[in-house]
Design a protein around this ligand. Structure first.
Ligand SMILES: Cc1cc2nc3c(=O)[nH]c(=O)nc-3n(C[C@H](O)[C@H](O)[C@H](O)COP(=O)(O)OP(=O)(O)OC[C@H]3O[C@@H](n4cnc5c(N)ncnc54)[C@H](O)[C@@H]3O)c2cc1C
Length: 375
């Protein structure tokens, strides 16, 4: 296809953290970058606990209009839902918010449509006002609750239970999870540390409780009681936070030839889809390694490098995967931010350093390349 530019046209499908960071690293002198997203702003899937407990604080770095990112000034963003891919003509098929169809041609396609894993992370079309209204409504409902049951043992559930207990000390907050320990994909030491902090915050921990999950659990906050298949009596609660890790890849728009048996995008450690040299995948939808960890291991920069290297005939870099989950679990706490490495060691960054150095310098300036203040 001939187009009026000699730059390589890269379509980034999905503008969550991985898609945006990949776009930010693509050299605008060489690449014409188009990003397609069902949301007109970054709606991060990270930090559920802060989103529910302190939504304004969370929004500062997790709910950000695209035009505030300086390094995305060269990226043309399209607010639309991806509904199909034509590998032969190299076009993605879109549905615009008014329902009309559209297409975007590409020379190179980056698939970064992430996963759905609960009411806070959904792939459908939304306006900014709709996203903000949902964040506000969830927060207000939880702030008014006398009792909250959080169901799940992963990072989203644990961070919700701890931060809600801290934000609403008058409310009862219970965390129900099926194993003896939470955070099963992290090193054991991480749970030891986090469980201690949860108890100190007033969260009541209930190991060995496998909840019966209603079909609607993925869609919205629920209402108690919570029933268990492990024999305990149902637990009453004014509000239920379902964070049970029922993760589904947002890949229904892709041909099955690109997907593995679970629906994730087949991708090598070089982030390229085998047999489709113009297609790459990154982030939570990419089956790069058993933990699908390319997002947290910052493969976005490597992907931008590999796209250029492949076009030049240079060798591609391979993505180094960790065997265990790592990173932050609870988000910033009064005494600082703890980041656990893959060996389970916790590195605490004191709160003043988080507020004065980590957030403004490391996150906004280094990782994102500059973020304009809100207008
Ligand atoms: C800098 C950084 C630090 C991190 N630190 C940690 C950490 O400490 N601990 C930790 O656990 N994890 C960490 N992570 C990882 C993080 O938890 C997630 O893995 C990451 O946010 C997933 O990003 P994603 O882009 O793959 O998915 P998402 O952020 O979910 O983005 C996917 C986007 O695609 C859109 N989309 C989906 N389907 C369609 C469609 N059909 N049409 C149009 N748009 C669609 C969605 O609406 C969404 O906007 C980190 C990630 C980054 C980048």
């Amino acid at each position: 296809m001939t187009r009026p530019t000699d730059r390589t046209r890269v379509v980034v499908a999905g503008l969550g953290e991985s898609g945006l960071l990949t776009a930010r690293h693509l050299d605008p002198r060489r690449f014409e970058v188009v990003g397609v997203s069902s949301k007109p702003l970054l709606v991060s899937g990270q930090g559920l606990g802060h989103r529910l407990a302190w939504p304004e604080q969370w929004a500062r770095d997790h709910l950000v209009p695209f035009d505030r990112y300086r390094r995305l000034d060269h990226v043309c963003t399209v607010h639309a839902e991806l509904v199909g891919l034509d590998l032969a003509t190299r076009e993605v098929l879109l549905r615009r918010p008014d329902g009309s169809p559209a297409t975007e041609p590409y020379d190179v396609l980056v698939v970064a449509t992430g996963v759905t894993n609960g009411f806070w992370r959904r792939p459908g079309l939304q306006t900014r006002a709709e996203v903000e209204a949902q964040v506000r409504a969830d927060h207000e409902r939880l702030a008014a609750a006398g009792s909250v049951a959080v169901v799940g043992g992963g990072a989203a559930a644990v961070s919700s239970a701890v931060n809600l207990a801290r934000a609403h000390p008058g409310a009862r907050v219970d965390l129900y999870f099926p194993g003896e320990r939470g955070l099963p994909l992290h090193h054991d030491r991480v749970w030891d540390d986090v469980a201690r902090r949860a108890s100190a915050a007033g969260t009541r921990l209930h190991p060995g409780h496998r909840a019966v999950v209603p079909d609607a659990a993925l869609d919205a906050l629920g209402t108690g009681p919570v029933a268990f298949s492990t024999g305990q009596d149902p637990a009453p609660a004014d509000v239920v936070v379902w964070a049970v890790g029922r993760v589904r890849p947002n890949t229904g728009w892709l041909p099955s030839a690109l997907l593995d048996e679970q629906g994730y995008v087949r991708s090598g450690r070089d982030l390229r889809v085998p047999g489709h040299e113009h297609v790459y995948a990154v982030g939570d939808c990419a089956a790069t390694d058993p933990l699908r960890s390319s997002a947290r291991n910052r493969a976005d920069k490597q992907l931008a490098h590999n796209i250029a290297a492949a076009l030049d005939g240079r060798p591609l870099r391979r993505f180094p995967a960790a065997r265990r989950r790592w990173g932050e679990v609870l988000g910033p706490q009064p005494d600082g931010l703890t980041i656990h490495d893959p060996r389970g060691r916790g590195w605490r960054i004191p709160r003043p350093v988080v507020d004065r150095v980590l957030d403004p310098v490391v996150v906004r300036r280094v990782i994102w390349g500059g973020v304009r203040p809100p207008s």
